[in-house]
Design a protein around this ligand. Structure first.
Ligand SMILES: [Zn+2]
Length: 688
């Protein structure tokens, strides 16, 4: 009676003249159907308003958010309409669920309440009616909000505490690595799948033997043995997929204490970054929250696990991230970090090959798969001519097209800005997404379960605050960056246009500086080795250019240009070995281009390059036989044939300088054949 008297005191004729707004928070159509309870609660507020004296026609239900998925309160049309109406003094009463909590945790609602105070608008929720102009009521609204936060805090720490104490007992279920499963009693057992078991045992055996993760991967690859992996996501969740073992996977398995039957928890921590992203990192073992040894069967013992880790540390496996663009380093190769394999699209690595007389030749290698899975190297491209070609290309294209190029660089800078901007925008989108999820969770909870509802409500509001922060952050950055961009653009473009050719040609410009410039101009260079090397150069800003560079000549090729020599080699190959021909050429006074004596390898090189028929092929063409063929023909051992060759019983023809030779056909009437028939007869007689 007293209460209703006080309530009625708050409601004045001036309030009743104005509209009563019922704000219904519902989002998706699905929720409207699923969560009718909450809807009922909200519509019940209308009845209260009627009871307080508002005519039904004056009660407006703002539920235009129904069936809409708006990311934040800010862009909810319904809320904004409510705000407008209140600020224009047309509203006498605002009704809604959980208003006190909203007022405390949500900036938009706090503002709404302030406006309510200014325009003398009453607030009604399930627990009562408040007059925001009244000090006591404002205090009450505030207190209720504070209580809900305390509740939330207690609830959270209880939850976390529960998880931790479960983990300390080793009872918290965590995701098991491949090779283990939970049985019906939630006990951890070794995967009953024999094939999975064997693969993992084999893995540890091989590592035991070889002591290196890479060698283990190699062994699996060589025998083409696939490795099991239990899928944790997707439609085939829980199934085993057989795939190639990679070095990364091998390291993960070796470092996982589960395989030694140990339970662990809290091996990983995370840190929120300023930009809202999360970084996960592993902490050293003594900082793990829980580590209990020997809680379930394992594949190896704890001692073995320790031993394995020790070996890994010793190996210091250079598990590099190969596809990362590496920063410019010393070393003469200009395209370091920019070369991409034209066959498989991986980034190529560079190796320097030290030649005689301290000339250093770069070699571009595509070997990522070699390192990861022990497959063959994909491409091997000698890079001697490539730097020159790129250098020429740059000088040629930058000088006449400097302006054009500069503009493209500018465009590139803009692109980069846009990319960064896109990334930052994604942060905002993620915050929106999270807010959305939190809202949906809140909407779906059973309203009678107040503790959970409050938690979710608070969570939602927190997400909305995060969203606001992300938005502000985004705007500030955007402005700062675009200022920076303008300045950087002007400077870089001017500098490049003016200075490039001069700096480039200056022999005192360090290679490192040149590489830096190249990175500014070139995005990447795709290389394909064929008859010659094809280079697809992709400039920053999108322009492309294709170059052909001949495969570099081998050492001896620089030396010999005289076609006379080739003629001589061709002539003598029928009757002489490479070494003999080299001697002949030497005697006739021929020298290599650099004045060196011609040797066997030079002759061999000429033969291959000019595609001359090899001595072996020539001998075969005239019907000469190999040692095996002769042995077969005469029914004697290979050793006998060789001996007869040496003794001159069969005529031999050397085809190389390492005693390799072919044999004259003994002929069908050869005494050797007859001799042999006799011998065979003798053996037959003895046998019978
Ligand atoms: Zn490749």
């Amino acid at each position: 009676m007293n209460m209703s008297h006080r309530v009625n005191q708050k409601v004045t004729a001036s309030h009743l003249k104005r509209q009563a707004y019922c704000y219904v928070r519902q989002s998706t159509l699905k929720q409207v159907f699923q969560n009718t309870e909450s809807t009922k609660r909200q519509y019940a507020l209308r009845e209260r308003a009627v009871a307080l004296g508002w005519p039904v026609v004056q009660i407006v239900t703002i539920d235009s958010d129904l069936g809409e998925t708006a990311a934040s309160v800010v862009d909810r049309q319904g809320f904004q309409k409510l705000m407008t109406e209140v600020s224009m003094g047309r509203v006498g009463l605002v009704m809604g669920l959980e208003v006190s909590r909203l007022a405390r945790n949500n900036a938009d609602w706090a503002r709404l309440l302030e406006i309510c105070a200014l325009t003398d608008t009453l607030i009604l929720d399930e627990e009562g009616i408040y007059d925001p102009t009244d000090f006591n009521d404002r205090l009450l609204l505030n207190m209720k909000g504070t209580f809900s936060e305390v509740e939330l805090h207690v609830l959270r720490s209880r939850l976390r505490g529960g998880i931790l104490s479960k983990a300390r007992r080793g009872e918290l279920k965590t995701r098991l690595p491949t090779g283990f499963v939970y049985d019906h009693n939630d006990k951890i057992i070794i995967d009953p799948d024999k094939q999975v078991q064997q693969s993992i045992r084999l893995f540890f055996d091989i590592f035991q033997r070889t002591g290196a993760a890479f060698a283990t991967v190699k062994a699996f690859a060589k025998d083409d043995v696939k490795f099991p992996c239990r899928l944790h996501l997707g439609p085939d969740k829980g199934k085993i997929k057989w795939q190639r073992l990679t070095s990364g996977r091998a390291l993960v398995i070796l470092r996982n204490p589960r395989y030694a039957g140990a339970y662990y928890y809290g091996r990983q921590r995370y840190r929120k970054n300023v930009d809202g992203s999360t970084t996960y990192f592993q902490v050293p073992r003594d900082e793990w929250l829980v580590l209990i040894k020997d809680v379930h069967p394992g594949y190896i013992t704890w001692a073995q696990y320790e031993e394995n880790l020790h070996r890994l540390r010793q190996n210091a496996v250079a598990y590099n991230v190969w596809d990362r663009k590496t920063p410019p380093r010393e070393g003469p190769c200009l395209l370091q970090g920019l070369a991409i394999c034209g066959k498989c699209g991986q980034r190529m690595t560079i190796r320097y090959k030290y030649q005689k007389k301290r000339r250093v030749d770069p070699v571009y290698l595509c070997q990522r798969y070699r390192i990861e899975r022990w497959e063959n190297s994909c491409q091997y491209i000698p890079g001697a001519g490539i730097d020159e070609a790129i250098s020429d290309l740059l000088l040629e294209s930058v000088t006449p097209m400097t302006l054009d190029m500069a503009l493209q660089v500018q465009k590139e800078l803009e692109n980069r800005f846009n990319e960064a901007d896109k990334l930052r925008k994604q942060q905002v989108e993620r915050a929106e997404y999270e807010a959305n999820i939190a809202r949906r969770r809140f909407m779906q909870v059973d309203p009678d379960n107040r503790l959970v509802a409050d938690t979710l409500e608070a969570e939602w509001n927190e997400k909305l605050r995060n969203l606001q922060n992300a938005n502000d952050n985004y705007e500030t950055h955007r402005q700062q960056e675009s200022e920076k961009l303008k300045k950087a653009q002007e400077q870089e473009v001017l500098k490049l246009a003016r200075d490039f050719p001069a700096i480039w040609k200056n022999p005192r410009t360090p290679v490192r500086e040149k590489k830096r410039m190249i990175r500014f101009l070139i995005e990447d260079v795709t290389m394909i080795r064929g008859e010659d090397i094809t280079l697809h150069v992709r400039f920053k800003g999108g322009a492309t250019k294709t170059l052909k560079v001949p495969l570099p000549l081998k050492g001896w090729q620089y030396n010999i240009t005289d076609p006379k020599i080739v003629e001589i080699v061709d002539e003598f190959l029928s009757d002489h070995t490479y070494a003999e021909i080299a001697t002949i050429l030497d005697k006739r006074g021929y020298k290599s281009g650099q004045g060196y004596q011609i040797d066997r390898n030079v002759v061999k090189g000429i033969t291959h390059t000019y595609k001359l028929k090899t001595r072996f092929a020539r001998l075969r063409a005239t019907g000469k036989l190999t040692v095996d063929e002769v042995a077969n023909l005469l029914c004697v051992t290979v050793a006998t044939v060789r001996r007869w060759g040496k003794e001159g019983i069969i005529k031999t023809y050397p085809y190389n300088d390492r005693n390799g030779c072919l044999y004259e056909h003994p002929g069908i009437n050869s005494p050797l054949m007859k001799n042999d028939r006799k011998r065979l007869k003798t053996i037959n007689l003895i046998g019978s």
